[in-house]
Design a protein around this ligand. Structure first.
Ligand SMILES: Nc1nc2c(c(=O)[nH]1)N[C@H]1C(S)=C(S)[C@@H](COP(=O)(O)O)O[C@H]1N2
Ligand SMILES: [Mo]
Length: 202
């Protein structure tokens, strides 16, 4: 019997085509956080949408969960070089939160803000058009605190540091303002296929 090491689920070449340069495949789900995991009670949780300094909408946990939900199954890529295939998420598309606030994305750049004080900047084009969501479930279950629960941003086509955990707001900005890691030398966009790891990588 030869079964070990061959599950028949995926062909090796198909897998290789899905791993960006300099990345390796992992089956587990490493935790990477700059500091301790903040604990947020769902009763206290809220999400704020801002345009520059101006608050345009806030959502309680209940209000967020009442918005239309979508599913995304995507490969994710961490700048520390691991990639994980077919991660399954459910949540509210950025398009849908913007629509719920009765606006359309007003500026070219966005900052994501989190309960731990973390922030990260993402070009608005990378968040709209069905490309990103405020994830509320992972693999059909509430997102565990270490992976960013209650809610995290998911921008799967960019390096995972752009997917802010413990998300509590999105802020549209006129200029591209660096977030936590971007201030420390990481790339302003972070496309794994272009290996945009550090500021000076084209
Ligand atoms: N709020 C917040 N979001 C964060 C981080 C963080 O420290 N704080 N770390 C980022 C980094 S560097 C990575 S690689 C991913 C890791 O997500 P994971 O722990 O679910 O694998 O979360 C990103 N989002
Ligand atoms: Mo990271």
């Amino acid at each position: 019997m030869i079964t070990r090491g061959f599950t028949g689920r995926r062909q090796p070449s198909e897998v290789a085509d899905r791993i960006p340069p300099g990345q390796y495949l992992t089956e587990d789900f490493p935790v990477l956080s700059a500091g301790p995991t903040p604990r947020v009670r769902l009763d206290d949780w809220s999400f704020t949408l801002k345009v520059g300094p101006r608050k345009v909408a806030t959502f309680s946990w209940e209000e967020m969960n009442d918005l239309p939900q979508s599913r995304m199954t995507r490969d994710i890529h961490c700048v520390t070089r691991w990639s994980k295939l077919d991660t399954a998420w459910q949540g509210v598309l950025v398009d849908d939160i913007v629509a719920a606030a009765n606006i359309s994305a007003p500026t070219g750049f966005t900052l994501a803000h989190s309960y731990d004080g973390y922030s990260t900047n993402v070009p608005t084009d990378d968040l709209v058009g069905g490309k990103a969501m405020i994830a509320l479930l992972y693999a059909g279950e509430p997102i565990t605190p270490d992976h960013g629960g209650p809610a995290r941003l998911l921008v799967p086509h960019l390096y995972l540091w752009k997917s802010a955990k413990w998300l509590n707001g999105l802020q549209f900005t006129e200029r591209d303002e660096a977030g936590f890691w971007e201030l420390r030398g990481y790339h302003m966009r972070g496309d794994p296929w272009a290996e945009q790891r550090f500021r000076d990588d084209l």
